[in-house]
Design a protein around this ligand. Structure first.
Ligand code: SF4
Length: 329
């Protein structure tokens, strides 16, 4: 199912005479790491080190760690490039999935309005052009937003960037997200305020995001309400390079203190309730690291964990009606 591009990796290793390389996998495919390492070392004779720290995006490269171990290069799987400067060469093995979804689209054409924006994660980005051509042939107007910032491909969305959708929002009636999971289409929906359909090539289904969006918004409203009487806040700074937003954390601390609150800056790599247990007596947390954390993991925290925008709503500087999803860059 997955193409780990072993031939390409072997060629890079041989061409550069690498003696030891690092491999970094996202959580969902780490089970394949040992087999991939076996194949690479048997084809090249190169030593292979597998990074086992949790990894959720290319905002979090293990290049420093692998350099310290003595690796000549790092192969990062499952994501496209975000960080520009690295301490050793980093090669991205994006793992595009090939899926035949045109039949599924055809069966669901009745759900689509006249003008559609297409978005996807890197795994399915290679199919967007084909989907566009198909929809145009059926009489729809189709738009794909351009790449830029931390987004490498036209139409690509990350859990922390929906600019390819917001850029074309005024030209479309609805977005069609191609990929798995609810978070990315939720982000598209919240960032653009447009109806969003999610087509999941693995599950073979098309679903509307409206109900899920309403459920998440209700949860966020409750969290802000719970934080209304909070006096002490822990402002989380993510230590992963591409998630670190120190200036934002400092700005939020200042805003909270100006309203008579006490705010503490807390930095960590892996943001989990277990790692934050020592701060359980703080009334509320604010997340400036990966935007997914405050939404996806909300139920795991005793205290309300707010996004930067939600702090501004709490302080009366922004309106709930203008709800914005947190994005980086
Ligand atoms: S910040 Fe979060 S959503 Fe963005 S790339 Fe990193 S892990 Fe993914």
């Amino acid at each position: 199912m997955y193409d780990f591009e072993i031939e390409r990796i072997s060629r890079i290793i041989k061409e550069n005479n690498y003696r030891m390389v690092g491999l970094q996998f996202p959580e969902g495919i780490k089970d394949h790491a040992v087999r991939v390492a076996d194949e690479i070392s048997s084809m090249t004779g190169c030593l292979v080190v597998i990074s086992s720290d949790p990894c959720y995006g290319s905002c979090d490269l293990a290049d420093e760690e692998m350099k310290n171990i003595g690796c000549d290069g790092l192969f990062h799987f499952g994501h496209s490039q975000i960080l520009k400067n690295t301490s050793i060469p980093v090669y991205y093995i994006e793992i595009n999935l090939r899926s035949n979804i045109l039949k599924l689209i055809e069966e669901n054409l009745h759900l689509f309005p006249a003008r559609i924006g297409l978005v996807s994660t890197v795994q399915h980005i290679n199919i967007l052009a084909e989907v566009k051509e198909f929809l145009v042939s059926k009489g729809f107007e189709v738009h794909i937003g351009k790449a830029g910032g931390r987004v490498k491909y036209p139409g690509q969305v990350l859990g922390c960037s929906f600019t390819t959708a917001t850029d074309i929002a005024d030209k479309v009636d609805c977005f069609l997200y191609i990929g798995s999971g609810n978070f990315h289409p939720l982000g598209v929906c919240l960032a653009t305020k447009k109806p969003t359909l999610a087509l999941d090539p693995i599950l073979g289904e098309v679903r509307k995001l409206d109900e899920f969006k309403e459920k998440i918004l209700r949860q966020r409203y409750v969290r802000i309400a719970k934080a209304k009487d909070a006096n002490t806040f822990g402002i989380i700074i993510g230590e992963k390079r591409g998630q670190m937003r120190v200036q934002l954390a400092l700005k939020l601390k200042k805003k909270l203190e100006e309203k008579g609150k006490r705010a503490y800056l807390i930095s960590l790599r892996e943001i989990t309730p277990e790692h934050l247990i020592s701060f359980r007596k703080l009334d509320a947390l604010v997340n400036t690291a990966c935007p997914r954390i405050a939404i996806d993991d909300a139920a795991r925290y005793q205290q309300p964990m707010l996004t930067p925008f939600e702090v501004e709503v709490l302080l009366g500087e922004e309106s709930w009606e203008d709800y914005r999803i947190d994005q980086i860059g």
